[in-house]
Structure formats: structure tokens, C-alpha cells
Design a protein around this ligand. Structure first.
Ligand SMILES: Cc1cc2nc3c(=O)[nH]c(=O)nc-3n(C[C@H](O)[C@H](O)[C@H](O)COP(=O)(O)OP(=O)(O)OC[C@H]3O[C@@H](n4cnc5c(N)ncnc54)[C@H](O)[C@@H]3O)c2cc1C
Length: 392
């Protein structure tokens, strides 16, 4: 079957949904289609590892896509893109002709070379449903990965009465993002909460419910869930000859190397004015703001993408927001009101603030953005105390 639309969006995730709304607003009479590989309509992913384990309802995670009045084709995977013909072909053989195209294909979880489909690589609401059905009180799970997803899932399962062994190669939780003392404090806090945290240890093989570990020991579990990061879904773009470099390369209008094709969300590598280089951000705020901006740009509204997205997470009772680059290879300056419970961490490079971690410190995201945009020069002496700024 052949379809034809003014605007076609590949990927019915958070960025795709935001783009559909922006397109509808900017082009009330246009025809819009959204093609998505998942069977579910667009939904928020962050609650899958947070709210839904603390009494939140699954029905509340779905986004209001109906209002965009777009044709929604779910359970369809776009398999090829013919730029000359302006068509996309899906896995049922249907072709979709577009005037302008948005690639909002997100990312796919990294997988281990063993364990097969018995391991849950946590990304979708389908993965959530599967884990939820297994996560009965008293069940023992191995959570592999000590980054954001692994640490959130370990907390979620523990809060729901499961026994959790958390395995990761780094010396502490979120050790690539947090300074070592904070990472050590979070690791200790997880242990206090009952999580069996095993830093410096990885799984090396699996045989049914038995995991082989890198120290030669084994671990008996009822289930394995992994959060090992994602790789951006760039295949469609790469096969079609679009510029790809750790994500689909876009300009400040979120346009790829083909002027009729745009990209947004986890898959897009955009030029960040504030950071001074191209970045790819795997966060909700980026997906929503970039999706909306891409929709506007596609509809011809001049709207360059200049945001510096923020990120947030909840770890048991701890919560934080963060802006910019959180990388411990940068110089970190810690400023605590209460050590590891409330404070700010600044990430510095070449006299500039490149990232800010707001640890149980709220309403400071805009101020943190301004600090990152400020020319400086900043150092450990003069950056301390810049945040929080209290509004009068
Ligand atoms: C469990 C979890 C918790 C998270 N928590 C936070 C958080 O606390 N804070 C935060 O800022 N961010 C969080 N994130 C990250 C955030 O959810 C992502 O950054 C966001 O979902 C990215 O949106 P996207 O639209 O770019 O990609 P996605 O939401 O991944 O959507 C892409 C969609 O495209 C589809 N697709 C891919 N290829 C094709 C194809 N060829 N044809 C058709 N469809 C295709 C995929 O199936 C998918 O549905 C979390 C993510 C997860 C998984």
C-alpha cells in the first residue's frame, strides 16, 4: 500500500510525539503521519523506572498524541529510505511518501553476548510489563549496570520487596558522572537500603538462573535486568547516506545533511552553542524540546535549537537535576550544605563551567544554564557559591 503525507515522522517516541504537536500547530491543514516500531502509542519513558514502582498508574504515562491529528501507524518498522523518491518503506512493504521527514528513532539498549532474551534490557513499556510480572516480593534479581537506569531499577525493585544484587565494573554507583566521594556515598546509601551492591564486578556468562561473575564466583537469581546504555538507531540514516557521527548529524535547525530530512531526540547529534561542540543527549527534556523545535523548523518557522537540556533522576529518597556535561574526567568542584544530601557540583574545563549537578537543590536549572553559558573564566575558587540563586 502507498501512503502520502506532507510530514512523516519515524519513531513514535517522546521526540516524535512532540514534533507531531508542533507540526499540527504550525501547519493546521497539513497531513502528518507517525510510524512507530512499538505496538504502544507514544508514552513517557522516565516513569518506567520511577513512578510506576511507587504507585503510579500505567495509564498515566501515555502522551496526548490524539490532539496532533496525525495518522498513527504502530508496530511498523521503517526499513529503508529513498531520498531521491522521498519515500520510506516499512516492514510490511508499505511505502510512505513525504514532503519532509523527521527521524526520531531513539536508541537501542546495548546487549551482552550471553543470556539471550532471558535478560531484560530495559527500555520500553513492554520491558516494564515483563519485569513487573516477574518482580514478586522475595524474588532475587541481578541488575547489571551502575549508571542511571541500573541504579533506578535497583531502587525500584528493592522498594517492591525484591532482593537485588547490583553489578557493575566501576568502583561506585554512577562513577562516570559523580565525583568519587559522592559516588561512594550513594553506593553506601544503596547498601543501607538493602541493595547488595557489588562494584568492580561484571557478569561473564549465564546458564539458566546462574550468572557467572568476573571474580570466578556464581550468583543464583530469578531474573536479570540490564541497563548498559544505548546505541543510537542510525541504521536507516546511514544506509540512506546521511551524515552520521555518534548520532545523526544535524545543524542548529535540526536538519540533517538532506534539507528535507530532520532528526531529533536521542538519535540526533546537534551543535550546542553553550558547550561549543556537537552533542547527543539521551534525556527527556532534549527529546521533547528538540522534537517540538524540529516540528516548527519542518513547517518553515525559523526556530533554531539553542537549548541546553537538563536531566533528572530519583535514587530512593535522593533526587537531583543536572545540566550540561557530567563527566568526572573534568575538574569537579563540590559545594555541600549537607554532605551528599544537599549541594551543588560544578564540572569545569578550560576556565568554563561545562556541567552542573544540582543534588536535592531545586529551581536552579535556568541559573545553571546561564552559568554554563557565561564566559568565565571560572576556577575552583570563584565558582563555589554561584548557585543556588534565591529569587527575591
Ligand atoms: C527507563 C528509562 C528511564 C529514563 N529516565 C529518564 C529520566 O529520569 N530523565 C531523563 O531526562 N531521561 C530519562 N530517560 C531517557 C528518555 O526517556 C529518552 O531520552 C527519551 O525517551 C528519548 O526520546 P526519543 O523520542 O528520542 O526516543 P525514544 O523515546 O526511544 O523513541 C524512539 C522510538 O522510535 C522507534 N523506532 C526506532 N527505529 C524505528 C524504525 N526504524 N521504524 C519505526 N520506529 C522506530 C522506537 O521503537 C521508539 O519507540 C529514561 C529512559 C528510560 C528507558
Amino acid at each position: 500500500m502507498q501512503h502520502s503525507h506532507d510530514y512523516l515522522v519515524i519513531g513514535a517516541g517522546m521526540a516524535g510525539e512532540a514534533a507531531a504537536h508542533a507540526l499540527r500547530e504550525a501547519a493546521p491543514k497539513a497531513t502528518i503521519a507517525l510510524l512507530g516500531a512499538e505496538a504502544d502509542p507514544p508514552y513517557d519513558r522516565p516513569p518506567l523506572s520511577k513512578k510506576l514502582w511507587k504507585g503510579g498508574k500505567e495509564a498515566d504515562i501515555f502522551r496526548p498524541i490524539d490532539k496532533a491529528r496525525a495518522e498513527l501507524a504502530l508496530g511498523r518498522h521503517a526499513v529503508s529510505l529513498d531520498r531521491a523518491a522521498h519515500t520510506v518503506t516499512d516492514d510490511t512493504g508499505d511505502t510512505w511518501r513525504y514532503g519532509k521527514l523527521l527521524l526520531a528513532t531513539g536508541g537501542a539498549p546495548r546487549r551482552l553476548p550471553f543470556g539471550g532474551d532471558a535478560f531484560i534490557y530495559f527500555r520500553t513499556v513492554g520491558d516494564y510489563r515483563r519485569l513487573r510480572a516477574l518482580a514478586r516480593p522475595g524474588k532475587h534479581f541481578a541488575v547489571i549496570g551502575g549508571g542511571f537506569i541500573g541504579s533506578e531499577l535497583a531502587a525500584a525493585l528493592t522498594l517492591n520487596g525484591c532482593k537485588v544484587t547490583l553489578l557493575f565494573p566501576e568502583p561506585g554507583l554512577c562513577a562516570r558522572a559523580f565525583p568519587s566521594a559522592l559516588s561512594a556515598a550513594v553506593t553506601a546509601y544503596y547498601r543501607e537500603k538493602g541493595v547488595d551492591v557489588r562494584p568492580g564486578l561484571t557478569a561473564t556468562g549465564a546458564d539458566g538462573g546462574t550468572l557467572a561473575l568476573s571474580d570466578g564466583s556464581t550468583l543464583e537469581v530469578d531474573g536479570v535486568v540490564a541497563g548498559l546504555g544505548i546505541t543510537p538507531n542510525v541504521q536507516l540514516a546511514r544506509d540512506a547516506g546521511l551524515a552520521v557521527d555518534n548520532g545523526i548529524v544535524v545543524n542548529e535547525r535540526l536538519q540533517t545533511s538532506d534539507q528535507d530530512i530532520y532528526a531529533a531526540g536521542d538519535v540526533a547529534a546537534f551543535p550546542s552553542q553553550a558547550l561549543g561542540h556537537r552533542v547527543r543527549v539521551e534525556h527527556e527534556d532534549a527529546a521533547l524540546t528538540m522534537g517540538a523545535r524540529a516540528g516548527k523548523c519542518m513547517a518553515g518557522v525559523a526556530a533554531p535549537y539553542e537549548e541546553l537540556p537538563f536531566f533528572y533522576s530519583d535514587l530512593f529518597d535522593l533526587g537531583y537535576e543536572a545540566v550540561g556535561t557530567l563527566d568526572v574526567r573534568l575538574e569537579t568542584v563540590e559545594q555541600w550544605v549537607t554532605p551528599f544530601r544537599e549541594g551543588v557540583v560544578y564540572y569545569l574545563e578550560a576556565g568554563r563551567v561545562r556541567g552542573v549537578l544540582l543534588w536535592n537543590t531545586w529551581d536552579q536549572v535556568e541559573h545553571a544554564r546561564k552559568l554554563i553559558a557565561a564566559p568565565g573564566p571560572f576556577n575552583a575558587g570563584n565558582v563555589r557559591g554561584r548557585l543556588p540563586i534565591t529569587e527575591r
